[in-house]
Design a protein around this ligand. Sequence first.
Ligand SMILES: Cc1cc2nc3c(=O)[nH]c(=O)nc-3n(C[C@H](O)[C@H](O)[C@H](O)COP(=O)(O)OP(=O)(O)OC[C@H]3O[C@@H](n4cnc5c(N)ncnc54)[C@H](O)[C@@H]3O)c2cc1C
Length: 461
Amino acid sequence: MTSSSTPYDFIVIGCGPAGATIATQLSRKGYSVLVFEKAKFPRLHEGESLLPFCYPILKDLGVLDEMKKKYVRKPGARFSNYDGKSSATWFFKSVIHDDSHLSFNVDRASFDHILMKNAVKNGVTVMEETKVAAVDTSRPGELVEVQTMDVAGERETWQAKFLIDASGQETFMAKRAGAKNDFEDMDRIAWIGHWKGGRYMNGVEVGLINIIRMSAGKKGWFAIQPVGKDLLSLTMIVDRKYMRQQKKLLTDAGEEDWQHAFYVKEIADCAQLHEMLEHAYMIRRFAVISDYSYYSDIAYGDNYLLVGDSFKFLDPIFSTGVYLGMKSAELYAEALDVKFREGREAGDKKMAQALETIQGAYGLVEKFINIYYDPTSMNLAEVNPGAESGYKGYEKAYSLLHYLLAGDFFANYEKYSEFLDIIKDPARYKKWKSLIADKIQAAAVPSVTPEEVFGAIEADQ
Ligand SMILES: Cc1cc2nc3c(=O)[nH]c(=O)nc-3n(C[C@H](O)[C@H](O)[C@H](O)COP(=O)(O)OP(=O)(O)OC[C@H]3O[C@@H](n4cnc5c(N)ncnc54)[C@H](O)[C@@H]3O)c2cc1C
């Protein structure tokens, strides 16, 4: 084992969106930052649908221009019921009047690579194929020790003033501290496949992510979105109990590859998807992600913090993970700067404020997710979000849902939380729907053209 001599200000575990964002922001503020990333980028990753509220962060990082040339734009989301008879399209343009209403459907392999290269451009040292194997944060006021292992099995010890765990679902610190907990009633499992030769319809032809709610027993949904001019990403989320029943049925029937049979059968059973994927083929085997929704009891200490999925992961129904991670990273970078410049007292205050806002945002998203799965509550496929003319009179009351879908979780989470309490209560929801939502059904939706969505892509994935 060797030891590195120069201590860094910050060591970051993981170079996903949360790690790359906090590393870049801290380096720009003049700190020395070393990131360890166990993978070699570009590497595959789930989480391809970005929210418009990511836009200012991406702009500030300086990666927007490159993204515009690479990725399909995402103007909103379409929610529909399984039979396709009810559907509602939520265009961000209804409430966001600048360019950021066109968000992005990204290929995560290249997106995360862009963020990593941008971090390096901003002075961050990134060591790929280097896994953090152990850390010692047990001596507040002294340097943190980090032990790494490279692909050749070579171990090395590094030191820093502060450690940032952005290790994603590996939940490096939470696991080791025994602080990782599952969310009750979010025990689901995800299948993700990429398809060529699919039919672009149901709003996919203008970049919409299409979310199809499954029947109640499956407690799940499909999300299909264009990630290229001829590349569809299809995620299937189901309740683990349902998945186990199906696994048993399929294996009892002699099916050798039950995971494949299950994914394909569920798609074939859904008329909307069947039509879209009838002549399509998967470009590689789907991924199955079973480490689902969880949270950590620890958030930060004197010399460490957890950010992004390493801190908390919520069901991805509203495509919230990347934004929650990047925005948390931004807030923590500001707080850490105060801690380093102004000392412990001011720093602790700022860290506590950042955490309160982050917890507020995650809490709001959790509430919104629970409403989606509650069959007695609002069904987004059945609330018709009109726009322009009819929309105007009810804008304040109605736009809250648009803003929530766009990612407005941090600044006003208390206000939105009160609104969700209304939506959650069946009687109050009924009243809200008849007074507000039903009044604007006839209004026209804002138009978006395929040219706006696909036109700037220089080369397809
Ligand atoms: C099925 C599914 C669909 C999703 N869809 C969306 C979506 O549409 N939109 C959205 O915004 N979010 C989505 N998400 C969530 C999104 O993927 C995550 O929230 C996001 O990637 C979190 O970013 P992160 O930087 O915290 O972690 P990650 O992106 O996971 O990055 C963590 C990095 O740490 C590295 N690492 C881990 N351990 C170590 C170690 N010991 N040493 C060194 N490096 C290490 C990993 O290799 C990885 O590169 C989805 C998630 C799932 C499961």
